[in-house]
Design a binder for this molecule. Structure first.
Ligand code: CP
Length: 315
């Protein structure tokens, strides 16, 4: 059974991106493939892009979609085995995953990191439980540690704006008032391992990502130096991995500004959205012609479609 959990397990990233490019040109070409098939979209957390683009991707393939905001509209789920369920949880994941597998041909799930207990988040209990107790393919719509559909859309966007020379790509941390997960950055790093590019991660002290994920990739603490000659600036906030889930600084020194972008080789600006204006990035950068954020969001549909297409083909 083909699951999309992280990009490390996903076969043929470049083939998926090429397929997405074809779907972008002709979205309805494979309408027959998904006819009569149903995808369940389960959200433990909010979403705009992931929800709408994945639903549209499924519909482009002729699939039916069942969307459930599971924390609001479903029973509160229990994930631990052997629990005496006399508290707030009403349904165990063993039954819930098995029942959803009766109604759906695949299930896509969003379940963010709680950012309290690193080992617990890294265990990815929600997605792992659905893979264990369900009998259908599982697609990650952003879990505690990974957002592979975002990274595939980012790969398509990089491909579309590829310069003639080998590009320099910078993943830059940026400020944010709230603690955010590392999932987007983790998947971007995993995706960049498949690209022909000079790739650098820039972050302030205390914000190193999981060293297993970034092993061998240059990580620097001088943001402006990293920006010199860059072709793409991919910006994202994440909370500390070492001091797990903590926000270590509240200044705006690492915000992306026009002055910093002027150090680059007229770089394209990328961000997964949603983005906080004039905290993460200045208006002038986000609203500039070099900003690719809307195209990134647009590409979410076609890369999700390529993933669902592959899962349908694999049966
Ligand atoms: N980029 C992204 O995943 O957006 P949403 O949180 O709105 O789905």
């Amino acid at each position: 059974m083909t699951h999309l959990f992280t990009l490390d397990q996903w076969p043929d990233l470049h083939g998926t991106v090429a397929q997405a490019e074809q779907f972008k040109n002709n979205p309805l070409v494979q309408q027959a493939l998904g006819r009569g098939k149903t995808i369940g979209l389960l959200f433990f957390n909010p979403s705009l892009r992931t929800r709408m683009s994945t639903e549209k991707a499924a519909q482009n393939l002729g699939m039916n979609t069942l969307v459930l905001n599971i924390n609001q509209d479903g029973w509160l789920l229990e994930f631990e085995d052997g629990t005496v369920m006399n508290n707030s949880s009403s349904e165990h994941i063993r039954e819930a995953a098995a029942v959803i597998s009766q109604y759906c041909d695949m299930v896509a799930i969003r379940a963010f990191a709680e950012l309290k207990d690193r080992a617990k988040d890294q265990a990815e209990q929600v997605l792992q439980s659905f893979m264990r107790y369900g009998s259908i393919p599982v697609v990650n719509l952003e879990s505690a540690t990974a957002h592979p559909l975002q990274a595939l859309a980012d790969a398509l966007t990089l491909r579309e704006y590829q310069p003639a020379h080998r590009p320099k790509v910078v993943l830059s941390w940026a400020p944010h008032p709230k603690a955010l997960p590392q999932a987007v950055a983790n998947s971007f790093v995993r995706m960049m391992r498949h690209q022909e590019a000079d790739f650098v991660i820039a972050h302030p002290g205390g914000y190193a990502l999981d060293p297993i994920i970034t092993q061998g990739i240059p990580c620097v603490k001088a943001q402006e130096k990293a920006f010199v000659d860059a072709d793409f600036i991919y910006t994202k906030n994440w909370s500390s991995f070492d001091s797990y889930g903590e926000v270590l600084r509240h200044d705006l020194d690492w915000m992306i500004t026009s002055e910093k972008m002027a150090l680059t080789r007229s770089a394209k600006f990328m961000h997964c959205l949603p983005v906080r204006r004039n905290v993460v990035v200045a208006d002038a950068v986000l609203d500039s012609p070099n900003s690719l954020v809307i195209e990134q969001a647009n590409n979410r549909t076609y890369t999700a479609q390529a993933v669902l297409h592959k899962i349908l083909q694999n049966g």
